[in-house]
Design a protein. Structure first.
Length: 319
């Protein structure tokens, strides 16, 4: 069976991940380990699978720490919805990217036939293509939503990659695509040809600025989607552009709340570009509770407060 390709989370990682917080996802989630065995799929509504396939990423890729994401995710409150979540472990890379694509497609098909929603974490955006191919025998056409600063409709290459996967989906002979919507595009990163193609095909797109001004506009779009892709390449993309101009860049630096890159402008002023990263509600509430005391100490001493020094453990540990 295709699920036999999945590898369990090792016991050491499991012990560091399992949340003791009451009402958290980590308290209720089923996790695939050697000791616990494979979760019961008949009682699973949502399945999480970690991957690391980035060999066909056109854009610069860094190792995605699946363990850190799991740790933060498990700390989140479960909420009032009655859905059972199972972490099915990780899918190792195949000998070739096509081997990985085939495994992803078969896994998505297998889980969907069991009415299980699949969340794939990690990898690069080209894996959306094999996810789409898993719908080849689906009785409806497919709606795709991409949260990305670009359209990824590049047409001048044969290779399936993170910047061409949507073009491959559009021309795919299955003709299963019904609609494609981009959320968060930035016009200066998209070619005029891509914008023209989006308009000719009557695909919708909402800019990052419009989305920030009215985030609720995305809700009905996301609700009708069969596939949702979320791309976090924006920060590394800017790093590449700045370095291409001959400017030294520091980072990305992990500040727990966000990741940043730093560089100097022509006048010698240090600039920072940052993107937010996920943080548990518990940590956010702790930070907010400490804010008044931190402000009072800074006002009194004019020295950096150290109340939230634990937030900087990652960046200091990496230095």
């Amino acid at each position: 069976m295709i699920i036999e390709l999945l590898k369990p989370i090792n016991e050491e990682e499991f012990n560091s991940l399992k949340s003791k917080k009451r009402g958290s996802i980590g308290e209720e989630i089923q996790i695939y380990t050697e000791n616990l065995g494979f979760p019961d799929l008949d009682s699973t509504d949502i399945a999480i699978i970690g991957i690391s396939e980035t060999r066909n990423s056109f854009f610069e890729s860094t190792h995605f720490n699946l363990s850190n994401l799991r740790k933060e995710f498990y700390q989140l409150n479960l909420g009032k919805w009655k859905k059972s979540i199972s972490d099915l472990g990780n899918l190792p890379n195949g000998e070739t990217t096509n081997d990985t694509y085939h495994a992803i497609s078969e896994l998505c098909l297998f889980l969907r036939e069991k009415n299980i929603i699949t969340i794939i974490v990690g990898g690069s955006n080209d894996i959306i293509f094999p996810i789409f191919k898993s719908y080849s025998n689906f009785n409806k056409k497919v709606n795709i939503v991409s949260v990305d600063n670009q359209f990824d409709l590049h047409q001048e290459e044969d290779l399936l990659s993170s910047r061409s996967y949507m073009n491959k989906i559009i021309i795919d002979d299955s003709s299963k695509l019904n609609d494609f919507t981009n959320l968060g595009y930035q016009r200066h990163l998209c070619s005029p040809d891509e914008i023209d193609l989006m308009e000719k095909l009557f695909f919708d797109y909402i800019s990052l600025g419009d989305l920030i001004g009215d985030h609720k506009s995305a809700e009905p779009i996301l609700r009708d989607a069969h596939i949702i892709g979320l791309d976090m390449k924006a920060l590394l993309d800017y790093k590449t552009k700045v370095e291409a101009a001959g400017i030294e860049v520091l980072g990305p630096i992990d500040h727990s709340l966000f990741k940043s890159i730093y560089f100097f402008d022509p006048n010698g002023h240090r600039l920072e570009l940052a993107v937010n990263t996920p943080i548990s509600q518990e940590k956010m509430e702790k930070i907010q509770s400490l804010a008044p005391a931190m402000l009072e100490e800074w006002d009194r001493t004019k020295l950096p407060p150290r109340h939230t020094g634990w937030l900087h453990e990652k960046e200091l540990g990496a230095s």
